[in-house]
Each structure stands twice: as structure tokens, then as C-alpha cells.
Design a protein around this ligand. Structure first.
Ligand code: MN
Length: 191
């Protein structure tokens, strides 16, 4: 049985960019719903004792396992998201910033491309930053899809489902993404 993971900060810690009210629904209702639904779907199946990432890879691309994949993906994506945000977030540092600056010409240009990708994702989904072949790359996924299914380990994600921002920003996804990147993005250190 999967359990709801603890939020690494107070529910009001990301204000004013993500309100306590938004997190009370997003962390408090949407995320546990994915966890509970996944538990119900895998009970008594071959997936019951698998680690989450293994369930995602085992159900990826299987039409008859779509519901399990969607919910497992959403559990993984949200647990990654809680760590992709921080009250002390902002720009990356050191090796990651150097790499981004060299590759994109400037951190501003990288931010623009990340924002464009996140805003341009049609419908519900996610924007991701990851490292591959010594390059920092940007991708998006739809609905519950996740780079983990393709063996990609992300550095950061941004939730662009409306439930992530609608109470605070209504239809203004671009404003949410902008504030996320400027104020909340919790970049890891490159190894
Ligand atoms: Mn979400």
C-alpha cells in the first residue's frame, strides 16, 4: 500500500505564489486521491508489491493498464513536485547554472524556453527539466505521463493541470508558471 508523503513545508509556505487554499486542495485532496485510487487498482494484482517506478515502467504503453499507469504516474509526479517547489526557490546555482548559461546563452533564455513549453502544453500535463547526454533539456508530458516511464530522471517539474493554479490564477497559466520559475523552483545541485 502506498502512503501519502509528508509535505516538506507548511501548507502556507509558498504564499503568495501558491496559496494555502490551493495546496489544501492540491496536496490535501488531489494527491491523496491518486494514492488511494492506485492502491485500489493494484490490490490483488501483480503490481501490488512493486515499487512505484516499476509499476510505471511495467504499465507504460499498455492500453488495458492505462488507469494504473495514470494514477501511478500522478503519484510519482506529485511527490516529485512537492520537492520541486520551495519557499526559498529561485535560480539554480553552481554547476547547473553554468551548464544552462553555456548551453542556452543566458539563464533568461532558458527560463523563456521553459515557460513557453509549460504554457504551450495543451490541456493537462507537466513541464520537465532533465539532463541527458551532458545537456540540460526541457520536455512536457500530458495528463499523468511521466519521464520516469522512459527511464529519464528529471531535475525539476512544473504541474500545469488547472488544479495546480486555478484558485489563485484562474486561466492565467503563464502567470503561475512565471512565479513558479522566479520564486519557487527548487533546483538540485548537479553531481
Ligand atoms: Mn497536480
Amino acid at each position: 500500500m502506498f502512503e501519502v508523503k509528508e509535505l516538506p513545508y507548511e501548507m502556507s509556505a509558498l504564499e503568495p505564489y501558491v496559496s494555502e487554499r490551493t495546496l489544501s486542495f492540491h496536496y490535501g485532496k488531489h494527491y491523496p486521491n491518486y494514492v488511494n485510487t492506485l492502491n485500489k487498482l493494484i490490490e490483488g494484482t501483480e503490481y501490488a508489491d512493486m515499487p512505484l517506478e516499476e509499476i510505471i515502467r511495467a504499465t507504460y504503453g499498455k492500453a488495458d493498464k492505462q488507469a494504473i499507469f495514470n494514477n501511478a504516474g500522478q503519484v510519482w509526479n506529485h511527490e516529485f513536485l512537492w520537492d520541486s517547489m520551495s519557499p526559498f526557490g529561485g535560480a539554480p546555482e553552481d554547476a547547473l547554472l553554468d551548464k544552462i548559461t553555456k548551453q542556452y546563452g543566458s539563464y533568461d533564455e532558458f527560463k523563456k524556453q521553459l515557460k513557453d513549453a509549460a504554457v504551450g502544453q495543451f490541456g493537462s500535463g507537466w513541464a520537465w527539466v532533465y539532463e541527458e547526454d551532458d545537456a540540460i533539456k526541457i520536455m512536457t508530458t500530458a495528463n499523468g505521463d511521466t519521464p520516469i516511464a522512459r527511464g529519464i530522471n528529471p531535475l525539476l517539474n512544473i504541474d500545469v493541470w488547472e488544479h495546480a493554479y486555478y484558485l489563485d490564477y484562474q486561466n492565467r497559466r503563464a502567470e503561475h508558471v512565471e512565479n513558479f520559475i522566479e520564486h519557487l523552483a527548487n533546483w538540485p545541485q548537479l553531481a
